[in-house]
Write a protein that binds this ligand. Structure first.
Ligand SMILES: [Zn+2]
Length: 289
């Protein structure tokens, strides 16, 4: 539950129901969460709107989850379903774009006109603000993780050579285990081994940072962002991630303006705050905020 000034009043965390229980189960879980928060809301004003951010291909304009693999949604009109069930206006969006909105309004991108937010987690994608407006492309904008950078390894999307297949946090951990024969708890663990001088970690890390730098170079020449905000768990690795990307990016960009490369500020609150901003925006557009 989030105030107009983006103060988080209370929070409720619920595990996502298992995918095999079907798309309806997830909607039911969302509605139960809304109900529980509404019941706990203070009497003055109560809950005014719902904000919801969803992964995958999301069409904000139509309020549609076009393809959300991890919750099993295909062409589900999520916004109207939740509006009907709750009787509340629903601000609806994509998780990374919602996070981008939050970083732009409240976090590391405050005051900028042009920025790109790249959370690196199980996947790699970008949220984009151009000339003071979010770029959505009907739900398809910013999929920078699925461009072939030539390494030839297969990707979950069915393609080969994708940025994401070597540079997501999940890929870094998986590739390190494959190259070294030693299990690892996650990408942060690979970063620690890199600092300790581990050759396998060096190789896997270099593949990842070079792929990311290439993706960010194309993004920079096309969109000319003032800053690129790196987020997700991997960004907490600090200079071990930022320095090689910064150097490679410098090499790629030549005469083109270099964006500032900065850590995102809101960590895993970005999606939550972004969804709340979408809810308030919906009320403003309806003239009832
Ligand atoms: Zn791919």
């Amino acid at each position: 539950m989030v105030d107009r000034d983006s103060t988080v009043r209370s929070r409720l965390r619920r595990p996502t129901p298992a995918r095999d229980r079907g798309p309806e189960e997830i909607l039911t879980a969302i509605l139960a969460t809304v109900e529980e928060l509404t019941a706990a809301a203070p009497r003055d004003g109560g809950v005014r709107a719902v904000g919801l951010a969803v992964t995958g291909i999301v069409d904000e304009r139509r309020g549609m989850a076009v393809h959300s693999e991890n919750v099993g949604w295909r062409n589900v009109p999520v916004r109207s379903r939740i509006e009907r069930a709750t009787g509340l206006p629903v601000g609806f969006g994509h998780d990374v774009r919602a996070g981008t909105l939050a970083e732009w309004r409240l976090g590391a991108g405050r005051g900028l006109e042009d920025l790109v937010f790249v959370p690196i987690g199980t996947g790699v994608s970008a949220g984009i603000i151009v000339q003071g407006r979010p770029l959505t492309g009907g739900g398809h904008a910013g999929e920078i993780g699925h461009v072939d950078v030539g390494h030839g390894e297969p990707c979950t999307c069915g393609g080969r050579g994708c940025v994401e297949a070597v540079a997501s946090a999940a890929a870094i951990a998986r590739r390190y285990a494959a190259v070294s024969g030693r299990p690892v708890s996650g990408a942060r663990d690979v970063a620690e081994r890199l600092v300790a001088g581990d050759a396998a970690a060096r190789r896997v890390w270099t593949d990842a940072t070079e792929a990311l730098a290439l993706a960010l170079a194309w993004t920079s020449v096309v969109l000319a962002p003032q800053a690129i905000l790196l987020g997700g768990g991997l960004a907490r690795s600090g200079s071990v991630l930022f320095e090689p990307i910064r150097q490679a990016l410098d090499g790629h960009l030549g005469m083109v303006r270099r964006p500032r490369l900065v850590p995102a500020a809101l960590q895993d609150e970005a999606g939550l705050l972004g969804a709340a901003l979408l809810a308030w925006e919906t009320l403003e557009q309806a003239g009832t905020a």
